[in-house]
Write a protein that binds this ligand. Structure first.
Ligand code: V47
Ligand code: SF4
Length: 388
């Protein structure tokens, strides 16, 4: 688990921005461990250079985590890509009426996928997919119960708020009742998907029909209240503006203050391959790195910022480690289709532990295997996570 380390602030950044009162205030606040405002966050996106936000984010990250970079050993199950919703950015889903290239796995088939990992040191299965009208709460509770009975040590993380909202409404349960039912069946935490961008004016354009920002938050906050941790994502780099990004992160920051329970924040870069937003260009790597850095600076009450490497690509993910990121998700097996179908470089997103560790140590960081709730399991490579 992370603790604050003593790290020297790079005072040179103060000299670099001496001409700019807002950037100077931001740098001072970061130096003193104080929170920046929403206006300052927007200003950073609009006016700060990458090396400035990078230096600040790196300082915040080093203070929290030293040189440690977390990863876990997990695999994904995607029960179906059939979905009743039609989010414009989604390259992965097939409608219920037009199910060509769609897949629908049964409980025994998914259990066989879990059994393939028997004897292997994976600690987590991440279950996420489309919203299929016939895969209901009871179907998934049976799946969870069977996986749990087969392998009780496996952490079961699954289902976006979008999937849960649909399942619970169909089962005529409140959010709390539904989550308690799934928790009892073995579900231990929720991934961060479905958040997209909370601002309704943007959701109206890119994903009008699924659960809205308040509904997403209600599901996550209820999970936190009953002791289930969750992640938070943000889909960035499409038609949103900087104020929308900061608004999204501010809602998360407020919730984390009020209730707590978010394990990590995961910015997800919009990929434009083969979807209804293919005409929207993807943002540059510089923009990606600024996004990670500003997230690290702004979300002062989030312990972890994660780069999901199958989506960013290995080399870009490696670069994020100098821009505030302290978590690279997992060694993930090759069943993750959501990004390969959206045009990610990672057509086969699997990395062995050795490959992932090399990626981390080659930028001077220390790989640390974590479990799903960020307990440290094993330190790889250099034994000490010392700070320079
Ligand atoms: O909600 C869909 C995103 C999310 C595209 O919590 C796209 O550990 C970019 O949330 N370009 C689902 N992104 C995946 C997700 C996730 C992934 C890894 C780890 C965790 C975690 C959560 O994928 C969706 C949506 O925001 N997405 N299409 C696209 N074209
Ligand atoms: Fe369905 Fe999720 Fe794709 Fe939207 S992003 S169409 S909810 S699978």
């Amino acid at each position: 688990m992370s603790e604050e380390l003593s790290v020297v602030f790079p005072d040179i950044v103060l000299e670099q921005v001496a001409h700019d009162a807002v950037l100077t205030t931001v740098a001072q606040k970061v130096k003193e461990g104080k929170r920046i405002t929403a206006e300052e966050g927007i200003y950073l996106f609009e006016h700060a250079e990458l090396n400035f936000v990078g230096a600040l984010a790196n300082y915040v990250n080093l203070k929290r985590h030293g040189k440690k970079v977390y990863f876990n050993k997990n695999f994904h199950i995607e029960p179906t890509n059939v979905c009743i919703f039609t989010c414009d950015f989604c390259s992965y889903s097939r409608t219920y009426k037009n199910r060509d290239n769609g897949w629908e796995l049964g409980i025994e088939g998914m259990l066989d996928m879990v059994k393939k990992y028997d004897g292997q040191p994976v600690t987590e299965v991440h279950i996420v997919g489309g919203v299929h009208p016939k895969m209901n709460l009871e179907f998934f509770c049976e799946l969870l119960e069977k996986i749990h009975a087969h392998r009780p040590d496996l952490h079961l993380k699954g289902f976006t708020a979008v999937e849960l909202d649909y399942m619970f409404r169909k089962a005529k349960l409140t959010t709390r009742e539904g989550l308690e039912r799934m928790n009892k069946a073995g579900l231990q935490s929720l991934p961060g998907g479905g958040a997209e961008i909370f601002a309704q004016e943007i959701r109206d354009k890119i994903c009008p029909d699924k659960v809205d920002g308040d509904g997403w938050m209600e599901i996550h906050e209820t999970a936190h209240q009953i002791g289930m941790p969750t992640n938070a994502t943000m889909l960035y780099g499409h038609i949103e503006n900087y104020a929308h990004r900061i608004d999204h992160m501010e809602r998360l920051r407020n919730s984390q203050d009020a209730i707590g329970g978010f394990n990590c924040f995961i910015p997800l870069k919009f990929r434009n391959g083969d979807n209804d937003m293919s005409h929207v260009p993807e943002v540059s790597l510089v923009e990606d790195l600024k996004m990670y850095a500003i997230a690290r600076i702004f979300l002062d009450n989030f312990a972890n910022v994660k780069a999901y490497w199958p989506m960013l690509g290995r080399e870009s993910a490696q670069l994020t480690l100098d821009y505030g990121v302290n978590d690279l998700d997992g060694t993930i097996d090759d069943t993750t289709k959501i990004y390969s179908m959206a045009g990610s470089e990672e057509q086969n997103p699997a990395m062995t532990t050795e490959e992932l560790c090399t990626l981390i140590t080659s930028v001077g960081k220390t790989p640390v295997e974590r479990d799903s709730v960020y307990n440290e399991l094993e330190v790889y490579g250099s034994a000490e996570a010392a700070v320079q």
